[in-house]
Design a protein. Structure first.
Length: 278
């Protein structure tokens, strides 16, 4: 049976509060486990830190989304070696390059795909600003060149990057749907056309929440059609700390991001259940 795994970003656990207090890695993992999450998303390139994280996840029965930021083909090799030693659900590759020509991307993607073929876990390319995938149209061109390119969809970046008009016209929905048809995992954050991360608990932001729920609904249904009968889909709650989070005059978050992460997790699980019935 296909299952949804809801993860929590360890980056999103950073408080960055003016009181200066930060929880330990171990305390964050315990907090995430007790809240019922299925795993975490975190960088997977520092072997010592990965070992500590992996130990905590294993004892809690959770999985990891390992994140990396390669600039070259070879930069991915040590990440995959660590991931082979300390298992991950998948690797989230943020291509930390900004080519202006599609041709300059080809050797990188081909090299990363060759390396991905040598491991037993998926390697997904995230849609993200200030990366190879920063622009929606450029990313669609990449899909034309590599029709089977496996993506991890963080749609907040495309909404802000393209500053879609409201209501979002059908042609822009179609562009996002093309991204979703290649997406094998999701990062959960709600944006507006001006801010990459808005407070999902504010009533006046509900139209943006509904927009993203609609896109995720399409993505979940697409994934169900493409994935194996026993596959697992990951949805990472990634409500980041400032400057992603909007702050007030006191320099602190305007909402409780942990509480909003729990709300977002519930929305994802409800959506998953609806797509199963549909």
């Amino acid at each position: 049976m296909q299952r949804l795994l809801v993860l929590q970003s360890l980056w999103a656990m950073e408080r960055r509060h003016t009181d200066g207090f930060e929880r330990t890695l171990e305390a964050n993992i315990e907090m995430i486990a007790e809240a019922g999450f299925d795993g975490v998303s975190t960088p997977w390139a520092d072997r010592d830190l990965v070992r500590r994280t992996s130990d905590g996840l294993r004892s809690a029965g959770m999985v990891a989304e390992g994140v990396c930021f390669p600039k070259t083909v070879d930069d991915l090799k040590p990440v995959l070696e660590i991931a082979a030693e300390f298992p991950v659900h998948h690797i989230n590759l943020q291509p930390d390059v900004r080519p202006r020509r599609l041709e300059d991307c080809v050797p990188l993607i081909e090299g990363w795909r060759r390396l991905a073929e040598q491991v037993a876990f998926p390697v997904l390319i995230e849609t993200h600003r200030d990366r190879m995938t920063t622009d929606l149209y450029f990313t669609l061109d990449l899909l034309d060149r590599f029709p089977e390119l496996p993506l991890l969809a963080d749609l907040s970046h495309f909404l802000v990057g393209r500053e879609f008009a409201w209501p979002v016209p059908d042609e822009n929905h179609a562009l996002i749907h093309r991204i979703l048809e290649n997406s094998w995992a999701f990062h959960g954050r709600v944006a507006s056309r001006e801010q990459v991360q808005i407070e999902i608990s504010f009533p006046h932001h509900r139209p943006w929440v509904d927009l993203f729920l609609g896109w995720w609904d399409h993505g979940f249904r697409s994934w169900r059609r493409r994935a194996a009968a026993d596959a697992t889909l990951s949805f990472t709650c990634e409500l980041g700390p400032k400057p992603y989070a909007i702050t007030g005059r006191d320099g602190n978050d305007t909402t409780d991001r942990w509480a909003e992460s729990l709300t977002l997790a519930g929305l994802a699980r409800d959506l998953w259940a609806r797509t199963a019935r549909g």
